[in-house]
Design a protein around this ligand. Sequence first.
Ligand SMILES: *[C@@H]1O[C@H](CO)[C@@H](O)[C@H](O)[C@H]1NC(C)=O
Ligand SMILES: *[C@@H]1O[C@H](CO)[C@@H](O)[C@H](O)[C@H]1NC(C)=O
Ligand SMILES: *[C@@H]1O[C@H](CO)[C@@H](O)[C@H](O)[C@H]1NC(C)=O
Ligand SMILES: *[C@@H]1O[C@H](CO)[C@@H](O)[C@H](O)[C@H]1NC(C)=O
Length: 467
Amino acid sequence: MKQASAPKGKPRFRLRLEHAAVFFVVAAVLFFGYSVFQASTGGSSSSGGGGGSSSGLTSQHSGGGLHRRTLVRVGAEDGGEGGEGGAHVVAKPCPKAEPVVKTETVTVTKLVYGSTLQNPRAYHVVTTVAGFSNHWQARIHYYWFKKQRDACLREPACDMGGFTRVLHTGKPDDLMDEIPTVVVDPLPDRNTTYIVLNRPYAFMQWMKLVSIPEKYFVMCEADHLFMRPLPNFMNGEAAGAALFTYIVPWNYNDIVRKFIGKDKSDEEVKKVPQIGNSPTFISTEQFKVLAPIWYNTTMEIFDDKEAHDAWNWVLEMYGYAIATYRAGQHVNMRVVPNMLAHPPFDKEEVDPEGRPFYLLHLTYPCRYDKFGNMTDNSTLAVWTFDKREYSVKPPPRNLAMPPEVVHNNLVRLIVGMINEATDALPCWDDYVATSKVNKCAHHTAKTGEKAEEEAAVAGGATKAAAT
Ligand SMILES: *[C@@H]1O[C@H](CO)[C@@H](O)[C@H](O)[C@H]1NC(C)=O
Ligand SMILES: *[C@@H]1O[C@H](CO)[C@@H](O)[C@H](O)[C@H]1NC(C)=O
Ligand SMILES: *[C@@H]1O[C@H](CO)[C@@H](O)[C@H](O)[C@H]1NC(C)=O
Ligand SMILES: *[C@@H]1O[C@H](CO)[C@@H](O)[C@H](O)[C@H]1NC(C)=O
């Protein structure tokens, strides 16, 4: 990097002489070329345009630009939308020259770290949300997605690609500038407050509205926090899904048979995987087949009194598991025990076999008594974290850590991760006070720019959404 600095004394003088010599030679050659050019064809063909275009290809590896993704249009006729800094528009070729072939080049400076879009295993994160609990969770979820993806991109191979929040309320909200978002309609024709029933429908609409640059995606929920860079957990082209030990189809053989066929044996019922729809990796190709089946299966379960009563708040998870069987996509599926940690029942960042967990599920209440034992009794509790306490207001900054007697590293991690995010996200105190994303100057300046970059990474998904 330092070799360009000029040496001292005589060598410097010699260098200058050389420069002068080179300058004259170049000038002579140029002049000669120009004369020949003028004399012969009268200017019908020229390399002028081509020469210019190569200098238009700028990759911005240096300095703080590492996280910028710059679109460089080469040979563009007019700089119409090239408003962003760093776009180079090549000078128009002289009128009589052959027009330069129009090419569009995308320079992704993240390639310095390793590729996302060029990695054939790259996946998109698709997180469905509705309601206020999902509102603050999505902000923290997205904060950790970005942080872990940045870490991921510094590794030799990284599967983490773009991100889309699918907001299934039918209306844009105040996070549109902060998080790449697609707005879809809520479930029609069903009068239910059971919000998760909306998920199959939301995913189906998203699939129709948007195409993502990645071949794969992972279905996520806002209460999943990225603990570390998350690899693509698929088994080749077959799906990869988190194990849910509480989804046990073979405890309900007769009910399951209602949906997979009366003639199916108990052995066959056992093939229905112990999974839900999230977190689940799948290819868009497979999902196009699966989504309507998932939707129908979930509706059938919802409308079947026996199944509905049996599975209640996890019925859409059974709906998904059974749908994969119906679609034949359970074959070769990878069911991953360490994809999703469930504190406080999971206590360490690795599972009992020593495999790292990747996502932290903020789902169960974490409530401890003065002995450091878990308790359901709020009178006895000396320390509690329960996301359900934050369904109207977000958690404040600087949540207290559990006391020393609580021996649970994942519960501490929950608090640490939430605190880091609420500290880093602008204007969190105002957010706690009003439950609205406040447009304080700091906020608009920072997140607006970030969201733009992320939207680019998300493959322009936001643009389709915002309208
Ligand atoms: C939905 O159900 C609630 C309670 O059962 C009822 O009050 C409401 O009118 C229903 N809404 C529609 C649109 O049917
Ligand atoms: C879903 O159900 C509808 C109506 O019952 C039916 O017409 C459609 O074929 C079903 N689709 C799938 C994929 O099972
Ligand atoms: C609380 O935990 C301690 C040891 O950690 C145990 O001895 C005690 O029985 C527990 N108390 C209750 C009420 O479970
Ligand atoms: C909770 O603990 C308090 C104090 O020991 C006790 O009075 C109360 O009955 C307990 N509540 C339940 C639901 O067990």
